[in-house]
Design a protein around this ligand. Structure first.
Ligand SMILES: N[C@@H](CCC(=O)N[C@@H](CS)C(=O)NCC(=O)O)C(=O)O
Length: 207
């Protein structure tokens, strides 16, 4: 398998399936395309991606051009890695959580773009605060239901989807206690940033 990703310190969509690939223990090669270089970036991505975006996973003649679709493919290709839990209810909730991230939280994404080297305290808009409160509630609810340590118990694709959010909360000094957290969400965010898969990504991103 080969995954085509964008600049590791910025590309949150690339991080998610990369973490899942690592977790699955799948042998893979990768191509990292430099983002934010205008036409050069567009031309480099166009060599691999029909949508003009990364990430893209290639497996033989199969080209999958969306982060969530790639993660689902990995879950089916490597069932022993248990990228989704066996319990159908938890799995459905995990899919809902991943889908909510995949299609939402625009204010947070726009105001606090992923940048692994940023450390500042951002002045958040009301819309972003609303996103943060929703994420705190979503995380807290799933952690209470599954008993943790990850959203669905064991690490899953849902955690891959929220790991970039944890980097944003750290990078932009977002105080989760001020957004309804009683401690579980902040501890979970920290846990996401301590997985071997995330630490490997961060090491390569900041090298
Ligand atoms: N829905 C897509 C979104 C992918 C996306 O927005 N990728 C960005 C990089 S993180 C991209 O390729 N941008 C093109 C560019 O920067 O030229 C997915 O989940 O894979």
């Amino acid at each position: 398998m080969e995954i085509v990703i964008g600049t590791k310190r910025w590309s949150s969509w690339s991080m998610r399936p990369w973490l899942a690939l690592k977790r699955a223990g799948a042998p893979f090669s990768e191509i990292e395309i430099a983002l934010r270089q205008g036409e050069l970036t567009a031309a480099a991505i166009a060599q691999h991606s029909p949508s003009g975006q990364v990430p893209v996973l290639k497996d033989g003649d199969l080209v999958i051009w969306d982060s969530l679709a790639i993660c689902e493919y990995l879950a089916e290709t490597f069932p022993e890695a248990r990228l989704w839990p066996e319990d159908p209810g938890l799995r459905a909730l995990g899919r809902a959580a991943a889908a909510e991230m995949h299609g939402g939280f625009q204010a947070l994404r726009g105001e606090c773009p992923m940048a692994l080297d940023v450390r500042e305290v951002a002045d958040l808009s009301d819309a972003t605060r609303k996103n943060v409160r929703r994420i705190v509630a979503l995380w807290s609810g799933l952690l209470a239901r599954s008993s943790g340590p990850f959203l669905l118990g064991e690490w899953s694709i849902a955690d891959a989807f929220y790991t970039p959010v944890a980097t944003r909360f750290r990078g932009y000094g977002v105080d989760l206690a001020a957004h309804g957290d009683t401690g579980a969400a902040a501890a979970y965010a920290q846990r996401l940033l301590e997985t071997p898969e995330y630490l490997a990504w961060e090491r390569e991103a900041l090298a």
